[in-house]
Design a binder for this molecule. Sequence first.
Ligand code: EPU
Length: 434
Amino acid sequence: MSEGRFIIRGGRQLEGETVVYGSKNAATKMMVASLLTREPCVLENIPLSGETDITRELCERIGSRMSGAEGSRWEISTPEIATSVVPELSRKNRIPILALGPLLHRKGFAEVPVLGGCPIGHRPINFHLEALNRMGVRIERRAHSYYAEAEEIHGADLVFPFPSVGATESVLLTGVLAKGTTTIHNAATEPEIMNLIGMLRAMGADIRADEVRREIEIYGVERLGGVSARVMPDRNEVVSFATAALATDGDIFIRDASANGMQAFFEAVCALGGTCEVREDGVRFFGRRPYRRMTIQTAPHPGFMTDWQQPFCVLLTQAEGASIIHETVYDDRFGYVKDLCHMGANITVTDECLGGERCRFDGATYNHSARITGPTKLSGAAITVPDLRAGMAHMIAALAAEGESVISGIGHIDRGYAKLDERLRALGADIMRK
Ligand code: EPU
């Protein structure tokens, strides 16, 4: 984790143009998918963030050769699996569990490190483990790793209790080379998953995805080949830059941003009183207070994404009246709120389901709803970032605040955003990395 800090002097409107990078949450899974074949895979538009770096280490430990990894076009070749036993990495993210399927297909056994990732709730992996189990894989939890083996991986009819992104990806990466058909009911259908499916199909996989019914059918094939695939634009980056612009009464154009998978966000921006102008080559966002109060409920795609609520919460501190955010995906994703309050926001969190609808956390003691009363003036503060998207909320609050903020723990931010400080500076922000 980077020991550095960002020093931000807030109050400057963000203006001008930036370019959105490739999605880390698509790129990392596509890197793992390359392990399914001996042939070279070319991935375009890879972001150079901490997260792709950690995944690159995972692939290299397994035996992948990377070329072009200093730029955004990587060629990944794994003609031989050097080892399917990868118990430790220098840093952790949530990707290693996804490598089990590809490694099992190529070696029959595999060991991967336990997961890291942001502390935003319990984050169990029981759906992954139960699904792989049903497909013929035996998995043992060891002290710092998961060990798995299988004589034959076969298809299965799976019903997920919740449309989990990671579990859907685990099953895709395992089912493509399994014997027979695997069906996922209540699958996640995020655009990043469709990006992965597109790559797998181009490698020779046979997959049918019905996004409306949340049903994915994977017809196992004998082998997969090399591919050239492009990583989609990072939706979270678009949201982060857009909310930073709106929170500073700014006006920015995000080149290469697209409307794919962004509907719920665009609708929220318009309801708030901001504007999104979708063009062929990108999207322009601008807005000026007064902003209107809102009720937002996070949900799996096509709903308002859980990764967007933290930056949006900062915007709602500037809206007139009492707004609500009901977080229904993770049970503990309001850790950043106390820092926003320290900066002057008026936010309370509760374990109730606010906003009218009950979710699966109803009756539990998770603080998963927030009431935000605005508008409130924000002032600069010293803050330590607890996780990636919370870190972005702090950044946006600091950009909108009066005075200086010192943000520590920025390794979380670097894990998800490449060159964030440089790009914000180019939009007029007063930000320094120290
Ligand atoms: N869940 C289970 N059991 C499982 C899997 C998930 O109970 O086996 C629960 C989780 O605890 C959570 C919910 O299901 O409450 C959704 O989890 P999901 O599996 O969909 O999340 P993930 O795959 O771990 C990815 C992204 C997250 C993003 C979520 C939801 C990556 C590496 N991470 O996580 O991104 O918030 O999907 O869209 O793709 C981020 O980028 O900052 C980030 C946290």
